[in-house]
Design a protein around this ligand. Sequence first.
Ligand code: DX5
Ligand code: ZN
Length: 207
Amino acid sequence: MVDIAPSMLGADFGRMREAAEMVGPHSAYLHMDVMDGHFVPNLTMGPDLVKSLDGIAPLDVHLMVTDPIDFIEDFRDAGAEIITVHVEANNPLKALESIKKNNMKAGIALNPSTPENSIEPFIDLADLILVMSVEPGYCGQEFHEDAVERVRHYKETYPNKIIEVDGGVGPSNSERLADAGADILVAGSAIFKADDPIEIVKIMKGS
Ligand code: DX5
Ligand code: ZN
């Protein structure tokens, strides 16, 4: 069985707490996408919004920002259990060290176009590898099929790391990803655009 992390970026921001309270009890984490308008073109949520959902389910914070080191303590204070930084960002090593020093789980993420071996220098500090299956920035993009083989490769190479997949994930690919070795599946549109989001979480969990 795989863990599900609904991406709150896919929810209606005016009713985000309601959405989190609906799916939270059925989910391992709430996935919070933080974008700075620089690392990616979009601007999304800051620590105050993340903190407003603390206590509903453990918070999985995905930093798509150029200088993650500047925000680690803010998101720790917001209640993050996992903080993930991108290998393409500035100084991932220092950011991962800070996450560990602050007693959180540390993740290293990479974009679909970034070479698989780019995470090697950071792997010792990482508890989790976040395989992006879309270019980061927006919900609702099409799943990159190559991600399935990337998950399989990382699970074989690093069997003790948590493997998370993010972007275009839903019931149509969740079983394949779980079989390939994914531990956590992130889904925004597939869950929040559905008539029955809880049902989608349950279907994906059964993968
Ligand atoms: C993309 C984000 C994802 C996104 C997922 O940059 O990191 O978490 O919100 O949304 P879907 O599942 O719609 O691709
Ligand atoms: Zn994300």
